[in-house]
Design a protein around this ligand. Structure first.
Ligand code: NAP
Length: 254
């Protein structure tokens, strides 16, 4: 039976693992979250050890295809997957949900990085930070704003001096997000352009309350990787194309 390795940590990765049939599916998680939502089937947890470690894993496990369904901001594992796929000849498909687009009433400022987001809010008043616990160091030097930082697990130092940490996990509703922005008198929302429905309610709430949004752009994909936007497209690609159906020679020799 062919082995498909799904690099996960997203809802799309879990849905793809649940939908794939007739193959051995191994879902891989980084191990960052204390109590992760687990996909069905086989799961491995922890880094591979860079490109060399992933290359070794692909050969040892005779992986026939990789689907990189990691978060759009998990740039290092995506880069490693592209390099290991090139090294082994194992076909790689990137499953990346589309980013968000602004509409009428939105007050978005797009910035290229967390550092640029920090610069954009350096003199802001009350900031709702939803960029994840690993992003807090980029804002740690800011003494002026008060931050409400939301993350699944507690962030580790360095943190900004004026920060309240809210531990919560999506999906969120427009009603609760609107109530939160109101209750905390938020002046500006900072978010990554993660895309998807799970955390989009905050953008609707910000539009409703005319709260400005600082939107951090995604890192680019490595050149020449094939990408699809939905689980259905990934399934169709895995099931139809011959390069994903047969194991490459290099993957079967360990
Ligand atoms: P990253 O910076 O791209 O990766 C750092 C290292 O973590 C990688 O070099 C790899 O270690 C390991 N790693 C990452 N994803 C892995 C996976 N699925 N399986 C095994 N090892 C993995 O990643 P990140 O931004 O820290 O994100 C870590 C995980 O959290 C990802 O799986 C991602 O889908 C999920 N996530 C990230 C975000 C975000 O905003 N970045 C948000 C939600 C969920 P080795 O080099 O040792 O292999």
């Amino acid at each position: 039976m062919r082995t498909v390795l799904i690099l996960g940590g997203t809802g799309e990765a879990r849905r793809l693992a649940a939908a794939l049939t007739g193959v051995r599916v191994v879902s891989s998680l980084a191990g960052r979250v204390a109590q992760p939502s687990l996909p069905p089937g086989e799961v491995r947890v922890g880094g591979f050890g860079g490109v060399a470690g992933l290359t070794h894993y692909l050969r040892a496990e005779r992986v026939a295809a990789i689907v990189d369904a990691t978060h759009p901001f998990a740039a290092r594992i995506t880069s490693n997957a592209a390099a290991a796929a090139a090294e082994t000849g194992v076909p790689l498909l990137v499953l990346r949900r589309p980013g968000w687009t602004s509409g009428p009433g939105d007050r978005w400022q797009r910035v290229p990085s967390l550092e640029a987001a920090a610069e954009a809010i350096r003199d802001a008043g009350r900031v709702f930070l939803t960029t994840g616990r690993q992003s807090l160091p980029a804002f740690a030097h800011l003494t002026a704003p008060w931050f409400l930082s939301r993350s699944v697990d507690p962030p580790e130092p360095p943190l900004p001096p004026n920060v309240e940490v809210l531990l919560d996990r999506g999906p969120f509703t427009v009603e609760t997000e609107t109530a939160l922005l109101r209750a905390r008198a938020i002046d500006v929302l900072v978010t990554k352009d993660s895309g998807g429905d799970m955390t989009a309610a905050k953008l609707t709430a910000a539009r409703t309350l005319a709260v400005p949004v600082v939107m951090v752009d995604r890192p680019p994909l490595p050149p020449s990787v094939e990408a699809v936007a939905t689980v259905a497209e990934a399934l169709a690609r895995l099931e139809s194309a011959t390069d994903f159906r047969s194991s490459p020679t290099s993957a079967t020799s360990s």
